[in-house]
Design a protein around this ligand. Structure first.
Ligand code: ATP
Length: 344
């Protein structure tokens, strides 16, 4: 569902349900407009300013500490994925960043604003795409985009928004006639119509077929190229791997790992070396750490991959043995995630 940031009267109902702490106050908004993305590339001082800065963030629901003192930074232009099992505290964190929920402790700066007090000028600089849409189905795609564009001071041109979202050919179609994937793209279109510096994407491809997912990924890549900072939540590790510059894994209200998807958990450079041996080979003659290892294929987790491979292939060549199916695999983001969150 989309939250048009300037039009408080049409804010997504789910965010304003009982228990929601959203508010639209403009009190304390002294920060001014956040610089356009391109400015960051030119100004070294602005380059140092994080798009999102969280220090010691705590949120309690009664006796439950849903967010238990997390700290993280997201740089301007970065695509950052927040991962974690159900109930980890991701949504709570994101809602606090969006200004829709109050924190109990810690400091939060988003585009230089405290989201609790940033008011309209803060809301004009962010875009939010939630999981389910509350769009009026009787309007056409173009009318819907125009309606939401009217809520912003400097919206993107409707034609550009439709083009970025891959909906140009559906411009005159009623929203009710869109497929699920097309509707989701309309949600994304509405999330970017205000030309936000920062876009929040909540599980952007849940329920998509593989080709719709690829198109959504292309859209996110395109926004990244345009300089938009993106904070996304997802339960798909391949999505995080593909889209995110960096990820943080939350579990039990704390961040248990943070880094580039490819680096996460593989700081020790460990990998698994696997291969098949002909039946007649005396396995005790294999070099360390493979000597005497049973199994077909032989599969051993090693630290010093280069040296171990050198010894193994040298041994194989010297003995005239073909190491069938020789592979070196490193843990995927999903392996690391499952290990970190005990979901495996
Ligand atoms: P999911 O992946 O299922 O969306 P999440 O990581 O987004 O999960 P949160 O929605 O932030 O998790 O919930 C964190 C914890 O806080 C959960 O135990 C949840 O039950 C609890 N919680 C969330 N919102 C409220 C609320 N309004 N009142 C009481 N408890 C809540």
């Amino acid at each position: 569902m989309l939250v048009p940031v300037e039009a408080d009267q049409v804010v997504a109902p789910a965010l304003w349900d009982e228990g929601s702490e959203a508010h639209g106050s403009t009190i304390g908004d002294g920060g001014g407009r956040f610089p356009a993305p391109g400015v960051f590339r030119r100004s070294p001082s602005l380059l140092r300013m994080a798009a999102i800065e969280i220090d010691g963030l705590v949120k309690r629901y009664g006796s439950l500490e849903a967010v238990a003192g997390i700290s993280l930074r997201v740089a301007p232009g970065e695509v950052f994925a927040l991962l974690g099992p159900n109930g980890a505290g991701k949504t709570t964190t994101v809602e606090i960043l969006e200004g829709h929920r109050r924190r109990d402790a810690g400091s939060v700066r988003v585009l230089g604003h405290d989201p609790e007090t940033g008011g309209r000028r803060f809301r004009e600089r962010i875009g939010i795409v939630l999981q389910s849409s509350g769009i009026d189905g009787a309007l056409s795609v173009r009318e819907t985009v125009d309606l939401y564009a009217a809520a912003y001071p400097a919206p993107r041109a409707a034609g550009e928004v439709l083009e970025i979202a891959g909906l140009s050919d559906k411009s005159n179609a009623r929203v009710t006639t869109l497929s699920g994937g097309q509707r989701r793209r309309l949600d994304l279109a509405l999330g970017i119509v205000g030309n936000p510096d920062l876009l929040f994407l909540d599980e952007p491809t849940t329920g998509f077929d593989p080709s719709a997912r690829r198109r959504a990924w292309d859209l996110v890549d395109r926004l990244r190229d345009l300089g938009t900072t993106i904070l996304l939540t997802t339960h798909y590790m391949d999505e995080a791997q593909h889209l995110a510059d960096r990820v943080a894994v939350m579990a039990g209200g704390v961040i248990v790992a943070e880094g580039a998807p490819g680096d996460l958990g593989s700081g020790d450079a460990a990998a698994t070396v696997s291969f098949r041996l002909p039946g007649h080979v005396d396995r005790t003659s294999l070099p360390t750490p493979f000597a005497g290892v049973a199994g077909d294929p032989v599969s051993v987790r090693v630290e010093d991959v280069t040296a171990v491979l050198h010894a193994l292939t040298g041994w194989a060549v010297a003995h005239g043995i073909d190491l069938e199916g020789l592979t070196v695999t490193r843990p995927t983001l999903e392996d690391v995630y499952l290990e970190l969150t005990d979901d495996g």
